[in-house]
Design a protein around this ligand. Structure first.
Ligand code: FMN
Length: 270
């Protein structure tokens, strides 16, 4: 693919992957492109764990599902992420960021009007909605042929110091290289993020991956080959919508927004 085509096609895959194992060649490629990223003083503070062991993947899936269920039951999820949900085309068109909540999982439909209220929360819990969505999440993660854990070397990753910021910056560049490469080789990638939100579950992940004291576990992804026919998943946390130039670019000073123009990189279709 042409480079710009790859950039346009890069996506978050929140549906299922094919069950096929990720080839050794592709696993190697993903970590090699990661290492091509820039880092402060070429420190290369990133480390990766490629996980293709079934038992480990299934345990991560259980931790992820348990985290999802708890975040939903306790209402943390809706409270924390409410600002990112958009409820109409008009709102999406105006803000041009966030996620359009236009297709909700079947189990949530009866509660659509009260989803963000305390009563709605109680009713959803009574109907076992968090458990159903947790189980959906478990299946997605368990059905992934490959997980990738991203870690940082703690001698560089010192939160609050410039080196800590630089390390995160470099890690983001490394992950973007991986993300772009998945688009080139027919693979997809998605954060397995819920365990990070519950400290004891994040600790379970660290123990499972045997993370040593000198490394910090930063993120876990699930990866696999993407089926040709992709149905839009019930929980679709990704969006193709992007801000207009005038909403995020300025000319010379922050006082002058850049005028809007025809975009030269139109995001790829869903
Ligand atoms: C720091 C970060 C955290 C994210 N967390 C999640 C996540 O928890 N779950 C998920 O499915 N996607 C997650 N995403 C992906 C975003 O939702 C996605 O990039 C955005 O909606 C745009 O969609 P696209 O990647 O398909 O273009 C995350 C992305 C970033 C950079």
């Amino acid at each position: 693919m042409e480079f710009l085509e790859v950039v346009k096609r890069r996506r978050t895959t929140n549906g299922p992957f094919l069950p096929d194992p990720v080839s050794e060649e592709h696993q190697r490629l993903l970590v090699e492109v990661a290492a091509m990223a820039p880092s402060h003083f070429n420190s290369q503070p990133w480390r990766f764990v490629l996980v293709d062991d079934r038992d480990t993947i299934e345990e991560v899936a259980r931790i992820s599902a348990d985290s999802m269920t708890r975040l939903l039951e306790e209402g943390t999820f809706w409270k924390r992420y409410r600002p990112y949900f958009r409820f109409s085309e008009e709102e999406m068109e105006e803000k041009r960021d966030g996620i359009h909540f236009d297709q909700m999982p079947k189990v949530l439909k009866p509660f659509s009007r009260q989803i963000f209220s305390n009563t709605g929360q109680a009713v959803m819990n009574r109907f076992g909605v968090p458990k159903t969505l947790g189980e959906d999440n478990r299946k997605l993660v368990a059905g992934s042929p490959l997980l990738l854990a991203v870690l940082l070397d703690k001698t560089e990753y010192r939160p609050g110091e410039l080196s800590g910021f630089y390390s995160v910056f470099g890690m983001g560049a490394a992950v973007e290289n991986i993300w772009l490469t998945t688009a080139e080789i027919g693979m997809g990638i998605q954060f397995v993020s819920t365990p990070m939100e519950i400290p004891e579950n994040w600790k379970r992940m660290q123990d499972l991956l045997q993370v040593p004291d000198d490394l910090e576990l930063m993120a876990v992804y699930r990866l696999g080959y993407v089926p040709k026919e992709q149905r839009r998943p019930t929980i679709d946390w990704s969006s193709r919508q992007r801000k207009r130039l005038s909403q995020y670019v300025f000319r010379n000073t922050c006082a002058t927004p850049e005028p809007d123009a025809e975009t030269s990189v139109e995001p790829g279709a869903r």
